[in-house]
Design a protein around this ligand. Structure first.
Ligand SMILES: Nc1nc2c(ncn2[C@@H]2O[C@H](COP(=O)(O)OP(=O)(O)OP(=O)(O)O)[C@@H](O)[C@H]2O)c(=O)[nH]1
Ligand SMILES: [Mg+2]
Length: 501
């Protein structure tokens, strides 16, 4: 019970028994010479105090209920390094078991997907910029990267045959397949407004989102209410786009929907251009493996009426900062109505100390480990990602606080592993101990799965079963089948632990 005045009944006067020894009652006693105005004011203040008291009582009741609910619920912690797929797994959980809730947040994801797309365009332009710089350095009479012609004693290149308005196909002429021409430069200039809105949007429209150079990515702080903010913004930007088709003018200048729609043909032309593809190949850049890749979907996304599909939402990239708690009520399955809590954490190195307080209160951990043997950590480019994952897994397996926790390993991003091996990248080059075993998915997965299994067995404080799944959590159908099994397994283990079965 909160400490505050009891409800006051104004019809009874005097309202306090003056003969009482209760010091509180004596303190509440009205002054003997109280005027009608003073009395009205005092009564009003007492009513207000009473209202606040009841609100506090209700809050306490709610907190108590929430505490009890959380104590009874099943709790899962998602762990793994940054970009391992934790938030994507969470979205799969929501889509599979709480689809109404998942779809109710659709609007908030639209702007994130647009920002993801703009980020890929930015990355693409940055790579082309490097290429221009190299071309400019080697050509005596080239055009500068901003489109101006450099002074030169030699005759300038012949003008492009494409008119600016229709310059969406590139004339490669006699150039080598990786030589950029004037049409590319014009497209770059036309795409520049997109780069401006990325920064502007992130700073101006989403005060709760954090944009952190050098990690040039949109982040969200746990519990910042970003979904509400973004839904509101998306609704407003939708209305603005419907009201006017004027692009790039007035208040629409920072509207990603209208600017993207205006740039659609240029983006497609740039992304599908063989010269651009040749440059990416030459530089070993695989944009399609990067987080939040939507360049293959531009014709669908860069439109005024774009609505994200379930798959779009699952593939959208939004870095997690801190720890987010997500409560679910299962809408289907063996125990509909059961309550689950899933904790999604930020996986970069600076975030990891925040994980520990959650260790002693979860029944299961889903540990995401992509077999990214050829990649380095973004926050520490000297450290191999797979090595980091294995070291984290060892810490988790050996942690005393987690001795009774069920550990479920997802060897994630199998689609990327497949593409990496298919492109001829050899495991042995990065992991010498792999030796000359066949460089195919079956052997590579077996090799690393055995490593994870070995540490699990050796380091677990008490013997416990090893659960492992090979996943590509952007494949929502395949993931939902895995998650049904995971859910039933966790539920069974939980019920056994509380002696229900
Ligand atoms: N191709 C592919 N992409 C994936 C897979 N799993 C996740 N991704 C993508 O990888 C990116 C990072 O995934 P997230 O789920 O945001 O990673 P996270 O572990 O939550 O990362 P932090 O929040 O930084 O700790 C997203 O763009 C996902 O769409 C996968 O199996 N295959
Ligand atoms: Mg995340």
């Amino acid at each position: 019970m909160a400490l505050a005045a009891r409800p006051f009944n104004a019809n009874h006067a005097p309202f306090v028994d003056v003969s009482t020894d209760d010091p509180l009652a004596r303190a509440l006693q009205p002054p003997p010479d109280e005027s009608p105005d003073q009395r009205a004011l005092r009564e009003q203040m007492q009513r207000e105090a009473s209202r606040i008291s009841m609100e506090i009582d209700e809050d306490i009741q709610e907190s108590r209920k929430a505490f009890e609910r959380r104590k009874r619920a099943i709790k899962i912690l998602l762990l793994g390094q940054a970009e391992s797929g934790k938030s994507t797994t969470l979205k799969n959980f929501q889509l599979a078991f709480s689809p109404q809730h998942f779809r109710s947040e659709k609007l908030a994801w639209r702007t994130i997907i647009q920002l993801n797309l703009i980020r890929s365009i930015k990355q693409l332009l940055e790579i082309l910029q490097l290429e221009w710089q190299e071309q400019d350095a080697t050509k005596p009479a080239a055009t500068t990267t901003n489109g101006a012609t450099k002074p030169s004693s030699r005759p300038s290149s012949p003008p492009s045959t494409l008119s600016p308005a229709t310059a969406v196909r590139f004339s490669t002429g006699t150039h080598t397949p990786t030589t950029l021409n004037d049409a590319h430069r014009r497209i770059r200039v036309r795409l520049l407004p997109l780069l401006a809105i990325e920064n502007e949007l992130t700073h101006k429209l989403f005060p709760s989102l954090v944009y952190r150079p050098p990690i040039k990515e949109v982040c969200v702080r746990a519990g910042s209410g970003w979904k509400g903010l973004l839904s509101q913004f998306t609704g407003e930007s939708n209305a603005a786009a419907q009201k006017s088709k004027r692009v790039g003018s007035g208040d629409l200048v920072d509207n990603p929907t209208t600017v993207l729609a205006a740039c659609k043909d240029d983006i497609i032309a740039l992304w599908e251009d063989p010269v651009v593809r040749g440059i990416l190949r030459k530089r070993g850049v695989r944009l399609m493996d990067m987080p939040g890749f939507f360049l293959n979907d531009v014709s669908r996304i860069a439109t005024l009426h774009y609505e994200p599909t379930d798959d779009d939402i699952v593939r959208a990239r939004l870095r997690t900062l801190g720890v987010e708690e997500h409560r679910f009520t299962m809408e289907s399955g063996a125990y509909p109505g059961s309550e689950w809590y899933i904790y999604d954490v930020g996986g970069s190195r600076s975030m990891r100390p925040h994980w520990i307080p959650f260790f002693d209160d979860v029944q299961a951990i889903i540990f995401l480990a992509p077999l990214a043997f050829n990649l380095m950590l973004e926050e520490d480019p000297k450290v191999n990602r797979l090595e980091d994952s294995i070291s984290l897994w060892r810490d988790v397996c050996g942690n005393q606080l987690l001795a009774k926790t069920t550990l479920i390993l997802f060897l994630n991003k199998m689609d990327i592993l497949q593409a990496t091996l298919a492109s001829g990248i050899r495991v042995q080059k990065y992991v010498p101990s792999y030796g000359d075993q066949p460089n195919d998915v079956t052997h590579v997965v077996k090799y690393f799965r055995d490593k994870f299994r070995g540490y699990h067995k050796r380091l677990s404080p008490k013997s416990r079963p090893f659960y492992v799944h090979e996943t590509s959590v952007i494949d929502t159908h395949a993931t939902s089948i895995i998650l049904v099994g995971v859910r039933e397994g966790i539920l069974r283990a939980h019920l056994q632990s509380v002696n229900v079965i």
